[in-house]
Structure formats: structure tokens, C-alpha cells
Design a binder for this molecule. Structure first.
Ligand code: G6P
Length: 485
């Protein structure tokens, strides 16, 4: 047995009734200096929502464990069967950093960065998608449900259906689906649509993403689309199945965030953060993966101008910007890091005093406990994404604000803006508008802040990630019953 799986019990699931397939397995490796100590569940709502379903239904999770060129046997961890898929060093470069994150990611986020189209990347994407499909097909019990996640695996539904026509296949796209005008650039647009249409049910974040997908299916495949249903045909023009597309906006583990927000040590930590910053009147907070879709430079520009024109004084306010490292070998991400760190340096150089720092920039990832302490410490949360499938940070901030205080400045280009309508909505490209809204958020009358936060909390509390997964899986199961009858 491979050394790194030895701490867990080895297990070869071939009869799973419920399978999740995602690019990454929901575990991170924990290693001490001496040894590989095993695995820890990764933070994040998806695994929290699906772990109970896994435990109840003989579940298995198929995914990459994050290290290139390492073959791991399936293992059991945290009540889940985990089935690692191996990616070679080359595949990490071509399939993951290349096609997934330098072609699809920029294309699906409205070409904020220029997508690159390379045939070698596409070849690798097909090959790796096939490997994921084979792993799922091998592990699935007859008539099992398989739920495929996200843009890295858009061909899996079709490959899987060919291998195992008995399965119920769901797909959920966590990122936006672009308009047909933009999707048109994709040289392999037909193959991708056909790949996705292998699913019985396709979930998207926003109604708009759903409409974009259906319009693309009609335009590029000539597919018959009626009432969100696509009649999928084989090469002989025979209808094989009906694929349905619907919005299912994802959410967060509300209970966890609320529980942490009440813990005395976390409340004390929030106090400590404020004190360490010199107890400024206002703390503003940004929390993002360091990604060009997040509008970090727009946010910094607006903040710098507020300092320059004297609307905000460095002794009264502090901006904490957490930028967690992401996709660091991809060129656009390297460039963004240089750019952001250059801007932060210039702003701090100009506005810092011996006592006060304008921007506390943190290029780290933090555990959820520290994140909740930051949410509690922050008077104003800044979410300025240029395009974002959902943005869960906005939802976490709202869930943490148990006393209904605090202001959320939220980009209208996030999926979250559909649900958090009482946020202070902004267009991040409109720097004057963004500045005015940040200033408004800093001075928001407590009554108005509370009215807005209360309404947003009502929405979040009744729509957590458990409800999201139940909605999706129930819709998929009901559709299967209808299709069978
Ligand atoms: C986004 C994507 C996920 C992805 C995550 C982190 O949220 O929708 O599929 O896992 O970013 O990116 P990474 O490339 O590190 O997996």
C-alpha cells in the first residue's frame, strides 16, 4: 500500500450508490516534520453539505489529491470512500494549469484575462476527463447517482453515460457560464456542450448562466430546447435522453459560521485584531483568492483615492486585504501578484505613518476560525469581483454578523448579488461609484445597516448549502422517476 495512505484504511469501493466527482478530493494532506500523518477534511461548504449524504448512501468521492505523479490506492477517511485520480506532471500543466485555468477560467469569466487556446491542452483535458469518468464508472453501483462538479470536468457526463447508461448523472457548474457570443470563441464548443449534455440535470448558479447555456446549446448544436429541457440525440438522430438545466445558487455552511461567531475565543480574537490595528474607527476587509476575477486592483484604487482626497483618514480606518495564494504557477496569476503587491506597496508608502498602516496585506490562507474572527472585526466587507459565479465570502460575512451590524459592499457581477439584494451594490468598474459607496458604507446609519443586514441574514439562514444539495439531488431523483415511468 502506498505510504501516504497507510494511516487510513485501504478500501476499494466498487458498489457506491452516490458518487461525487470533482477535480480536487475534499481532503488536504497533513504532514509533520517526521512523517506523512494522513489527511484532514478541506474547509468549504461543498464537502460539509455532501458528507452526510455520503455517510447515509454508501458514498464515494472521485478526485485528484493535489500532488503530481503520485498513485494512491482508494482509502476511507472521515466516513467517506475517497478514490484518488492520478495526474502526471504534464497533465497538471496541460489539463489543470492550461485548459482549465488558462482557457476555460478566463473565457467563462467574460474574458477579463485573454483565454489561450492550445490543441495540446485540449487533448490533455479530454484524456483526463476520460480518466475521471472511468474511475466513477468503476466505483458506481447499478443505477447509482453521480454528481460531477465544475468546469474542469465538463466532458465527464457524456463519457460516463457512454460507459454506464444506467446511472443518474448530475452536473453543477460553480463558475459563470458565458454568453453564446463569448462561448463562440471556444474552438471545441460543440464537444463541450455535448459533454455537458450527458447529464440528466445541469445546475448553474444564476438564471442567467442557465439561459446562456441553453442558448449556446440551441445555437451551436441546433438542439431542441423547450422549457429548460434539451432533447439529446445520438449520431442516428435518436433521442437518448432529456437533459434539464436549472439554477441552483450554492451557499455556505451557515450553522458552522454562526457557531464560530458565538465562540468566546473567536470573539476575543476579533477584539484582539482591532486592538492590534490600533483600534481604528473603521475596519474594512477584503478576502479573496488572489485571482484577477476578484477586482482587487479596482478596490485598492478606490481606497487609495479616498485616502488621497481626504475622505478617509489613515488614522481612522484600516483595510485588511487577505489574498490567499492560488494557481501560482499560472502566468496571469504571477503577474497579478506582482501588480497587487506593487500597488499595496505604493499606497502604504504614501499613506502610512509610524503608527498606522493603510492596507494590511496578507498573502496567506487562514483556517475558518481566523476568518470568522476577521468577519467579526470588520465594519465593512468589500466584495468587488468583476465576475464571480457566486462569492461565498459575502455570504459568510452575513452569516457571521449575529448582531445585524456591519455593511456589505457587493459587486453586482457576483452570483451572490441575486440573493443579497440589500447589500450596497456596486459596479467595480465605476471607481467614483465604488468610492462613494465605500464612503457610504463607512458612515451607514446603524439603523439602516441593521435593517439591511437583518434582511440579508434572513435569506442566508433559510438557504444554506445543505438545502442547496438537497434541492439539486431531489430534483435529479424526481426527474429520474419521471423519465423511468
Ligand atoms: C473555484 C472553482 C473550484 C476550485 C477553486 C480553487 O472556486 O470553482 O473548482 O477548486 O476555485 O481553485 P483550485 O484551482 O486551487 O482548485
Amino acid at each position: 500500500m502506498p505510504k501516504s495512505a497507510s494511516a487510513e484504511s485501504a478500501h476499494h469501493p466498487t458498489n457506491a450508490d452516490f458518487i461525487v466527482v470533482s477535480n480536487r478530493l475534499p481532503v488536504d494532506r497533513v504532514s509533520t516534520e517526521e512523517a506523512d500523518a494522513g489527511w484532514r477534511r478541506s474547509p468549504g461548504g461543498l464537502v460539509t453539505a455532501l458528507a452526510p449524504v455520503m455517510a447515509a448512501r454508501e458514498g464515494a468521492w472521485v478526485g485528484w489529491h493535489g500532488a503530481p505523479d503520485e498513485e494512491l490506492a482508494p482509502f476511507h477517511h472521515d466516513n467517506m470512500d475517497l478514490i484518488p485520480v492520478t495526474l502526471s506532471e504534464d497533465e497538471v500543466e496541460l489539463y489543470y494549469e492550461g485548459f482549465s485555468n488558462s482557457t476555460l477560467w478566463p473565457l467563462y469569466h467574460d474574458v477579463i484575462a485573454t483565454p489561450e487556446f492550445h490543441r495540446t491542452w485540449w487533448d490533455s483535458y479530454q484524456l483526463v476527463n476520460r480518466r475521471f469518468a472511468e474511475a466513477a464508472a468503476h466505483a458506481a453501483a447499478p443505477k447509482a447517482t453521480v454528481w460531477v462538479q465544475d468546469y474542469q470536468l465538463q466532458l465527464v457526463p457524456q463519457y460516463l453515460r457512454r460507459l454506464r447508461p444506467d446511472l443518474r448523472i448530475g452536473f453543477f457548474n460553480h463558475i459563470p457560464f458565458p454568453s453564446p457570443e463569448i462561448f463562440a470563441q471556444m474552438p471545441w464548443r460543440k464537444a463541450i456542450l455535448e459533454g455537458l449534455l450527458g447529464a440528466d440535470l445541469l445546475g448553474f448558479q444564476r438564471p442567467n448562466d442557465t439561459a446562456n447555456f441553453l442558448r449556446s446549446a440551441r445555437r451551436f448544436l441546433g438542439a431542441g430546447v423547450k422549457a429548460k429541457q434539451v432533447h439529446v440525440k445520438d449520431n442516428d438522430e435518436q433521442i437518448t435522453h432529456i437533459a434539464r438545466a436549472e439554477p441552483f445558487p450554492i451557499s455556505i455552511d451557515v450553522a458552522q459560521i454562526q457557531e464560530l461567531a458565538q465562540r468566546p475565543d473567536i470573539i476575543a480574537r476579533a477584539q484582539q485584531i482591532r486592538e492590534d490595528l490600533g483600534n481604528p474607527k473603521t475596519i474594512l476587509l477584503g478576502v479573496d483568492r488572489l485571482d484577477y476575477t476578484k477586482g482587487i486592483t479596482h478596490r485598492l484604487k478606490a481606497y487609495a483615492e479616498l485616502l488621497e482626497d481626504g475622505t478617509v483618514k489613515v488614522e481612522d480606518a484600516a483595510l485588511i486585504q487577505v489574498a490567499s495564494p492560488s494557481r501560482e504557477r499560472v502566468e496571469t496569476y504571477k503577474q497579478l501578484r506582482e501588480e497587487v503587491e506593487g500597488i499595496v506597496g505604493r499606497i502604504n508608502g504614501q499613506h502610512d505613518t509610524i503608527q498606522n498602516t493603510a492596507i494590511r496585506y496578507l498573502h496567506h490562507s487562514y483556517p475558518v476560525e481566523e476568518m470568522v474572527a476577521l468577519y467579526l472585526a470588520a465594519d465593512v466587507m468589500l466584495v468587488t469581483a468583476l465576475r464571480d459565479g457566486m462569492n461565498l465570502v459575502a455570504k459568510e460575512y452575513v452569516a457571521a454578523r449575529l448582531d445585524n451590524s456591519g455593511a456589505l459592499v457587493l459587486s453586482e457581477f457576483t452570483g451572490a448579488a441575486d440573493q443579497l439584494k440589500q447589500a450596497l451594490l456596486i459596479n467595480p468598474h465605476d471607481i467614483d461609484g465604488l468610492k462613494a459607496t465605500i464612503a457610504r458604507a463607512i458612515n451607514l446609519p446603524p439603523q439602516e445597516a441593521s435593517r439591511r443586514m437583518r434582511a440579508m441574514r434572513r435569506q442566508i439562514l433559510s438557504h444554506d448549502v445543505q438545502r442547496w444539495s438537497e434541492d439539486f439531488l431531489t430534483t435529479l431523483a424526481e426527474k429520474a422517476i419521471r423519465d423511468d415511468s
